[in-house]
Every structure is written in structure tokens, then in C-alpha cells.
Design a protein around this ligand. Structure first.
Ligand code: PEP
Ligand code: MN
Length: 339
């Protein structure tokens, strides 16, 4: 349930509403916006009568939220969530943020060459997996911890933030000091034990949509993280599994405006996993930006043909350069700019 206070409601009135809700057994999350305060109340009982709250002074409206997620719900927080980083990068504001890099960190040279180039072309975040969730246990599984250090060092040399996938809650102490954004992979979107652990983490989380997850399930996964106290969640559409076999996954561009309407959280798009083919990455990246994505996650490799994972969907540097210049032109047409 969401209690929308009148714009001039006094602190005393707000506190009275909160005290009443607490005495009724609700968990309270208060959000103070520019024009009014919203009090989110979680744990609504079946015999609760909303009129008990509606009649309190200073209350404008009581809305019973029918969606099962509350903290991720736009009804609870009308303003877009902006995730801020110490180096000034903001995700969810007017600027579109591009995260680029290889699917996996493969060597010191590889990650250095890629970091230098993507930074020069305007990416603000370096991506690269050190722990890779591969479909086959015989495929390259990532470099592990040494890969994380190489990723961090290359990013620092070029002023980039780092995003990398966490595959298990036990990796949090290792990863937290080394990455700026913890990526939850599609296969782990419903690893609720890990989502809870990330709720206590001090790093923003990039939460990817599961291969066959509905948007509601994605938002409920975000709710797990947020209910633990970590509200810096960035959602990511990365394609879903459908009957279509022409692309690796079906890039659900429509999910972007749907999520934007349902939630205040920022949303990224990953057209690399979304299509699985480098010739389709740029068109889907352009479409995602136009459809409201706050950022893009793009696989770029210095030698895609010899990449240890996802080479076929990794862009050559010149393709990435061209895409960045296209994004720079598209962004102003939809009221955004490239960070
Ligand atoms: C990746 O980003 O390389 C990756 C494995 O992503 P996903 O979890 O979306 O498959
Ligand atoms: Mn990949």
C-alpha cells in the first residue's frame, strides 16, 4: 500500500501516519520527493481498511498496490532512481551510459587493449567476466580471481568503472572491493540466496532478466535486493527465450518502456546476449536507446574470432566506434545525451 501525502503535509502529520501504520503492523519505507512525501507500507493484512489512513490529516490518497513488488514500484517512488558513482557517472539520469568490453577477461594484454580503446570511444564502464556461467562445463569458465584484478587495473588506467558477474554469494567479499557494479547473470536472476546477500552489499547491482522470466519476476528479483537495503539496482533486458531460432535470444525491446512505466529503477539493454550475432548488435542497441534504455552493455573484443567466449556476438573496434557515433546522434532525438 502507498500513502501519498498532500504537498504541504507537515512533518507531524507524516509522522502520525507512519506511527499509525507501524501500530497496525506495517513495515514502512518513506520516500521524500521534491513535491510530496510518499509512505510505502508493506505487509498489508486482508482485514485492513484503507479508510482508516485516508481520513488522517495531510493524507491525499491511499493506493493499494496490486503488484507484488513494492520498493521497485513506481507507485511507491515516482521519480526515476539515479545511481551515482564517485567518479561522477550517473545511471538513470539524462545521460546514457555505455558499458563495453569482452565477454570474459582472457589476459592482461587483451583487457588492456580493449579498455584503452573503449574508453577512448566513450564507454564509461568496462565489462568483463572473471567467473563465467557457461552452458557447457567444458567451455572456458573464466580466469577467476586473477581476471578480476586484471579488469580492475585496466579500468583504473583508463578511468573506467568495472562491472563483472558474481555467480555465488560466497564471492561477495572477494568481488566487492574490486568491482563498481555487481552483475547478476540471467541464469542467476532467481538465485534468491544470492539476491538476499546482494541486498546487504555496498555496491550497485546490475540485475539481468532471466532467460524465461517475466517482467514481474524480474521486478520481484529486484525487490529481494532492495528489501535487504540496497536500493541501487539497475535492471537489464538481455533477450528472452522464445520459439524463434534466428537469433540466440529474442531481444524484448518492448520490455524497456514497460519496465519504465512499472518501476523507477534504471534499465540497461544488452543487445550482445540479446541477439548473439555481431551484425545484429548495433541495430538493437540503437533501438534500445530510442526505446528508453538508460544504458547499454556491449561486448567488444580486439580479436573476436579468437575470443574464448561469445566471439560471434562481440563487436570489432571499428563497429563499436561507428555504433558510438550513431548513439550520439540518436540520444538527443529522445531527450538524452551520451555520458
Ligand atoms: C554476459 O554478460 O556475458 C552474460 C553471461 O550474460 P547473461 O547472464 O545475460 O547471459
Ligand atoms: Mn557474454
Amino acid at each position: 500500500m502507498v500513502v501519498l501525502m498532500q504537498s504541504g503535509a507537515s512533518e507531524e502529520q507524516i509522522q502520525h501516519v507512519i506511527d499509525r501504520l507501524v501500530s497496525l503492523g506495517f513495515d514502512i519505507h518513506r520516500s521524500t520527493g521534491a513535491s510530496h512525501t510518499v509512505v510505502g507500507a508493506i505487509g498489508v493484512g486482508p482485514d485492513f481498511d484503507p479508510r482508516d489512513i485516508e481520513v488522517l490529516s495531510g493524507v491525499r490518497e491511499v493506493v493499494r498496490v496490486t503488484q507484488p513488488y513494492k520498493l521497485a514500484n513506481r507507485a511507491f517512488k515516482a521519480e526515476d532512481t539515479i545511481v551515482h558513482f564517485p567518479n561522477g557517472v550517473c545511471i538513470g539520469g539524462p545521460e546514457i551510459v555505455v558499458a563495453a568490453g569482452p565477454c570474459a577477461v582472457e589476459s592482461a594484454d587483451q583487457i588492456e587493449i580493449i579498455a584503452a580503446r573503449v574508453a577512448e570511444l566513450g564507454a564509461r564502464i568496462l565489462r568483463g567476466g572473471a567467473f563465467k556461467p557457461r552452458t557447457s562445463p567444458y567451455s572456458f569458465q573464466g580466469m577467476g580471481e586473477p581476471g578480476l584484478h586484471l579488469l580492475r587495473q585496466a579500468a583504473d588506467r583508463h578511468g573506467l568503472l568495472v562491472v563483472s558477474e558474481i555467480m555465488d554469494a560466497s564471492q561477495l567479499p572477494l568481488m566487492q572491493p574490486l568491482v563498481d557494479i555487481l552483475q547478476v547473470g540471467a541464469r542467476n536472476m532467481q538465485n534468491y540466496h544470492m539476491l538476499r546477500a546482494l541486498g546487504a552489499a555496498r555496491r550497485p547491482v546490475l540485475l539481468k532478466r532471466g532467460l524465461s522470466a517475466t517482467i514481474e519476476e524480474l521486478l520481484l528479483a529486484a525487490e529481494y535486493i532492495m528489501s535487504g537495503g540496497n536500493h541501487n539496482v539497475i535492471l537489464c533486458e538481455r533477450g528472452i527465450r522464445t520459439f524463434e531460432t534466428a537469433t540466440r535470444n529474442t531481444m524484448d525491446i518492448a520490455a524497456l518502456p514497460v519496465i519504465k512505466k512499472l518501476s523507477h529503477l534504471p534499465v540497461f539493454a544488452d543487445p550482445s546476449q540479446g541477439t548473439g550475432r555481431r551484425d545484429q548488435v548495433a541495430p538493437m542497441a540503437r533501438a534500445a536507446l530510442a526505446a528508453g534504455a538508460d544504458g547499454l552493455l556491449i561486448e567488444v573484443h580486439n580479436d573476436p574470432e579468437r575470443a574464448l567466449s561469445d566471439g560471434a556476438q562481440s563487436l570489432y573496434f571499428d563497429q563499436f566506434a561507428k555504433l558510438m557515433s550513431e548513439l550520439r546522434m540518436i540520444a538527443p532525438a529522445v531527450g538524452r545525451r551520451l555520458a
